[in-house]
Design a binder for this molecule. Structure first.
Ligand code: NOJ
Length: 784
């Protein structure tokens, strides 16, 4: 949900000493705009069109294009009816269209990332894009591409990490690029969000309201240094710009003391100048003049600071008209470039509302309930199965030769339909009034997508078991009041399947790292009583501490299924019965105890000043890089996941191989040392992988790189390549990892450019971040 505007912040000078934070202390002041004007880049034809149209617009019309209006969609911007410019329709979100029906609830980004499968992720994006297009939505409020990135080695408590891909910047970057490219192929405009450093929910110190909601909340200020910003948090956004995203959403947090949506450094200097972003941005608006001068192009979802106030500011000369023209051209250019003016379905839905038509400002909008799903359920099932991580297996999986299974826990059951938790799906874990029931397929808030059905685990398992004459008993409860029946059923079951979950929701960071609804006790109770082995299935959007149950003698298998979307049960059945051989890998590190992460890792107090401050003191070392740097043994490392077969690697080599950047759609203006382009390939690493087991399956081979020892502030290693291949028994294939100049570079803070540090680089290849059997060293003494 768009949070209400709290205060109008017109303070332009940051409150943090600038020495601490190089390059984040510049602001445009009243009347002067020193940001770049768009030239459209690769969209130059569309830009010329937009420029021509701008000449014929009145001031009021220009302002209207930048301002929210009431309409049928989750948010609408104004148009120019006289010139047939209709204004844009905006709707969440990253896992499929929210607030409408006959759409697909896809596995969340965080879940899909576990597939480590580029083709699958781009396919998911293409299909989601078409669903949005089918409803006539112009701009999708997604994908989430690095805000949050998931600063989870320091903050495994974040409430929105599940909406994004992964805390690893390389994996996040590659998936962000493919997702924007895939979604925009349908003509949709994507909105990469939330820009930037949005790594924690607001801090609240008021009492809970009647609904169990939080009050007295203040946005956090993320305090970060230039190098960490460039090397860790910015790369995913750079990739979305390169992939041609038409829009960017700036975030709710402050950056080094300044609201992200009025940060000249973040918007004008970094996003528009350095990354060369030619589209439009909008987000958490706090002001009129400061926002417009410091780079915010549109205000949504209501008219608070733009509209009339923007018009007055232009008339008074506080904002030059040339800046307004730039705002308009930034909005119109991607619209023309994606051909939405000639060839796009009209809006045929309205924000969730059971009525079939609604009158807004004299216009009647009809809700046609268009079914945009096509065969997406089949693909969503595939994504969910390919993203289910097998964490432990004694051999109990795949299920074979059994006649009785017992199923336990509310998480195997049907969830309440949408209305059970309200249209925003803000089911609050601690709320008495809106509690999550049934299986968890997605988190709550803006990242939630609507499902028209949920293939609950109990439904899918019962159907599959019946085909093979297997008896299924179940107690779909967590409450100890049912422990008696559970014990009785467990005692008669050859395999006991326990379903546990962790529901995460926008606006709430976690208080602890445990499962919801005393899931740990449920597992232990079933384990104690089960006649055979126990299979634990976790539906969770992030870290869970598993130490007090995972090594119990009867825990045979553990599956981490993330938030798999509507096809949850069907995908699970594919894995349980071995129709799909598990191949997913953890896109984050699972630690053993809360102390594995730094103390006070989430800011929970208001701070002494005007707002809470979060200092990103760990720098680049988040997630596995934190564990590596501090020599902490995780329970399951980043990149870890089992299969029903085994693989062997051989023949690792690395060679120089120049190839010019082929996939940039929009070119960035990032500065670098040397002749070759930042996104040109310089080297290629190769390794052979063989399926040496007894069943066919896919393996994700991973390449990690260590910078030369001279780079003292670098964590021990970085993911720099991954490839997934399906292999029949005995089959061998070669996986190649192209290394681009940027992949070998560091950000030089002094010179303000990317450069390859000279010295010995170490490359390791393997099947997880801690299983890297093959190693090579390469001495690099050129900038290229
Ligand atoms: C604010 C959320 O942060 C953003 O992700 C979402 O797209 C908008 N609200 C609209 O729901």
């Amino acid at each position: 949900m768009w949070s209400p505007i709290k205060t109008a912040l017109l303070v332009l000078s940051p409150l943090i000493p600038s020495a601490l934070i190089p390059n984040f202390d510049k602001h445009s002041s009243n009347g002067t705009y020193d940001g770049p004007f768009t030239d459209g880049g690769v969209w130059s034809k569309a830009f010329e069109h937009a420029k021509e149209v701008t000449k014929h617009l009145s001031l009021e019309e220009k302002v209207n294009l930048t301002t929210a209006v009431t309409g049928p969609c989750q948010a609408n911007s104004g148009g120019v009816p006289r010139l047939d410019i209709p204004g844009l329709c905006f709707n969440d979100g990253p896992s499929g269209p929210r607030y409408t029906d006959f759409v697909t609830q896809w596995p969340s980004e965080f879940t899909a990332a576990a597939s480590f499968d580029r083709e699958l992720i781009e396919g998911r994006a293409r299909r989601i894009g078409k669903e949005f297009r089918g409803k006539g939505i112009n701009v999708e409020l997604g994908p989430v591409t690095g805000g949050p990135l998931g600063r989870s080695a320091v903050r495994p408590y974040a409430g929105r990490n599940w909406e994004a891909f992964t805390p690893d910047p390389y994996l996040s970057s590659t998936l962000s690029f493919l997702t924007v490219r895939g979604m925009q192929q349908s003509g949709l405009i994507t909105c990469a969000k939330h820009y930037i450093l949005y790594e924690q929910e607001p801090v609240c110190d008021g009492p809970l309201d009647d609904e169990g909601g939080r009050t007295g909340c203040e946005d956090i200020s993320s305090e970060v240094d230039d190098k960490t910003m460039k090397e860790l948090y910015l790369p995913s956004f750079a990739e979305t710009v390169r992939a041609g995203t038409g829009a960017v959403m700036c975030s709710y947090n402050k950056i080094n003391g300044t609201a992200a949506c009025e940060s000249n450094d973040a918007l004008n200097r970094v996003l528009k100048e350095e990354l060369g972003f030619r589209g439009f941005d909008f987000g958490a608006t706090h002001s009129t003049v400061a926002s417009a001068l410091n780079g915010m192009d549109m205000e949504l979802p209501g008219e608070y600071f733009y509209g009339q106030r923007l018009l007055q500011a232009i008339n008074k000369g506080s904002i030059p008209e040339s800046r307004l023209d730039d705002m308009v051209q930034r909005i119109l250019t991607p619209w023309y470039a994606s051909q939405q003016h000639t060839n796009y379905p009209r809006i045929n839905y309205q924000k969730y509302d059971l009525s079939d038509s609604k009158e807004v400002n004299g216009h009647v909008w009809t809700n046609e309930h268009v079914d945009v799903r096509k065969d997406n359920a089949i693909y969503a099932r595939k994504v969910a199965a390919e993203s289910t991580v097998l964490l432990k297996n004694s051999g109990v999986l795949p299920l074979r030769g059994i006649r009785r299974i017992g199923v336990f826990g509310t998480d195997a059951d049907y969830p309440s339909t949408l209305s059970g938790c309200g249209p925003d799906l803000f089911c609050l874990v601690g709320s008495k009034r809106r509690y999550w029931n049934g299986t968890v397929t997605i988190g709550g808030g803006s990242g939630a997508a609507y499902a028209d059905y949920i293939a609950a685990p109990i439904e899918a398992m019962s159907l599959r078991a019946r085909q093979s004459g297997i008896r299924v008993d179940h107690v779909l409860q967590n409450d100890p009041a049912h422990y008696g029946s559970m014990a009785w059923i467990a005692y008669q079951s050859e395999v006991c399947l326990v379903f546990v979950s962790l529901f995460l929701v926008e606006g709430w960071d976690r208080e602890h790292l445990r499962l919801d609804k005393k899931g740990e006790d449920l597992i232990k109770h079933v384990e104690k009583n089960c006649a055979g082995e126990v299979v634990v299935v976790m539906h969770a959007g992030g870290q869970v501490i598993v130490e007090d149950w995972i090594d119990l003698p009867k825990i045979g298998a553990v599956l981490f299924a993330g938030y798999p979307g509507q096809e949850t049960g069907n995908a699970l059945v594919d894995i349980l019965w071995g129709d799909v051989n598990p191949s997913a890998k953890l896109p984050f590190t699972m630690g053993k105890k809360a102390e594995d992460w730094p103390k006070n890792n989430i800011v929970r107090d208001m701070g002494k000043g005007h707002y809470p401050v979060s200092k990103f003191t760990e720098g680049l070392a988040i997630d596995y890089k934190w564990f590596d740097k501090h020599d902490i043994n995780p329970r399951f490392e980043f990149g870890y996941g089992l299969s029903y077969t085994n693989f062997e690697l051989s023949g690792f080599d690395i060679a120089e191989m120049y190839e010019k950047d082929q996939d940039s759609i929009q070119r960035t203006n990032e500065r670098f040392k040397g002749e070759r382009g930042l996104y040109d390939t310089l080297y290629v690493a190769r390794v052979n992988v063989t399926n040496v087991g007894k069943v066919a399956g896919a393996e994700v081979v991973q390449l990690y790189m260590s910078f030369p020892k001279s780079e003292k502030d670098q964590p021990p290693k970085h993911l720099r390549g991954y490839g997934k291949k399906y292999l029949e028994v005995g089959q061998t294939t070669t996986i190649s990892f192209p290394l681009r100049k940027k992949d070998l570079s560091i950000w030089d803070v002094k010179q303000q450019l990317w450069k390859i540090p000279h010295g010995t680089f170490t490359f390791r290849v393997g099947t997880s971040s801690r299983s890297l059997p093959l190693k090579l060293e390469v001495d690099i003494q050129t900038y290229y």
